[in-house]
Design a protein around this ligand. Sequence first.
Ligand code: FAD
Length: 474
Amino acid sequence: MSRSSGTADLPEAFIDQLRIVSGQYHNRKILTDSADCWAYGYDNSRGRSLPAAVALPESTDEVAAIMAACAEHRIAVCPRGRGTSTTGGAIPPQGGLALSLERMNRILSVDPANRVAIVEAGVINQTLQDHLKPHGFFWPPDPTSAAFSTIGGNLACNAAGPRTLKYGTPRDNTLGLTAVTPQGRIIRTGSYTTKSVVGLDLTRLLIGSEGTLAIITEATLLLTPAAQAETTLRASYSSITEAAAAVSRIMAQACQPRAIEFMDSGAIRAIGQLDRNPLPEQTRALLLIDVDGTENGLQESVDAIMAAAQSDGLLEWLRASSENEAAILWQTRKALAPSLRKLAPGKINEDIVVPVSRMAELIDALDRLAQDHRLLIVSYGHAGNGNIHVNLLYDPADERQTAAANKCLAEVFELTLSLGGSLSGEHGIGFLKRNFVSMEVDDETMAVMRGIKSQLDPLNILNPGKMYPDQVTH
Ligand SMILES: Cc1cc2nc3c(=O)[nH]c(=O)nc-3n(C[C@H](O)[C@H](O)[C@H](O)COP(=O)(O)OP(=O)(O)OC[C@H]3O[C@@H](n4cnc5c(N)ncnc54)[C@H](O)[C@@H]3O)c2cc1C
């Protein structure tokens, strides 16, 4: 996506109205200079499209007034956290208004007695985690982008991370939302309590709707008490099959690890030079396992997990002896995404999911696809959920490789679905993947989704061109 015109697209009356509802001219709450707007026209998908204006509201009421003005003038709006989306979700393909929640960044309350925090949507995930630490709590969703992505963006994408395995996604850890509909109405979903069945579950509907149904402005989050003790284990295997079978066994016993991350042989090669604890030479698959619990119970959990992970293909166990050693083991996993850029200039990064028991089949079939298309495919990710980041590496300057990567991508999706999986575990659909959605969602089900979208957004002004496939007219 690349769009670089359009600053003149918006009616002057609309911009004036925005400035009035935003309460002041002085605080630069409305930006229209294209140099300012450019900073709000990109995300981590590396696509770009220039918004005609940017709004920086500071309250739910301001968001509501801005949306009412947009509805009146039929202006497209793209909600935005910090633009770390990998799927083009935060890019405004039609120009219009980028609405950034960055100034709504207050932690409104922390209530340890009820394990609840109320935050504005623009709070950075890591800021919240740091704030909760002295209270002895954390909010479980931990995308690798936690240091710079917002709670609103995490909720909009149902973004998760390694410890989702034990503690769940935003959908499992959010009690309620304040949100603004595309027509400018303020709605409040859910409750302050951990149980409530009053009305439809709009909280779970809005979470993961990628900013297409409403703008989330505040969230009531359910917190989890911090574990007393934790440790990291590293297990090296001689084959993918052995590692995948170990994951299934670990997940089928009572002591659940906090995270199980997987790396295939391509990923191991990519991080080879980074690893301060060299691996046995025959290593073809690696598991990184985090275990947490009580001081007294930790060793018992580690023993149970190690017993489940044993097999003829297990080459080596390593247990971090300190927090620092654990951080070093994790550093290599975290360095993986950027280190792939050294292997090839182009990367299609997917985050498919398969049932855990089908992971070995998936990785074997990916190897065959790599050979058929003469491409390098590197896979790693959240093995305990079967959520694998599949990276198709290629040189965009090479026509053969580019065509092969695009063809291979469709085959990766077909393969995933044939194994009973899903096209995206956490990155969402955004702009880039919307035309693959109908491979997974049938027409009847899609019609219901479109019905909900048009009920909330009859003018189709909120994040148009995202998530829903283009409609084919016959
Ligand atoms: C280095 C890196 C690592 C990453 N690791 C992970 C990972 O481990 N797990 C994972 O799930 N994702 C990961 N991501 C993807 C991304 O960080 C997440 O999707 C994140 O939740 C996006 O947050 P954001 O604040 O940047 O939102 P943006 O990118 O600004 O927006 C994302 C989407 O949400 C919508 N949106 C944003 N805020 C709101 C709101 N308040 N109300 C309604 N809609 C809104 C936008 O319109 C857009 O569609 C990673 C990205 C990077 C760059």
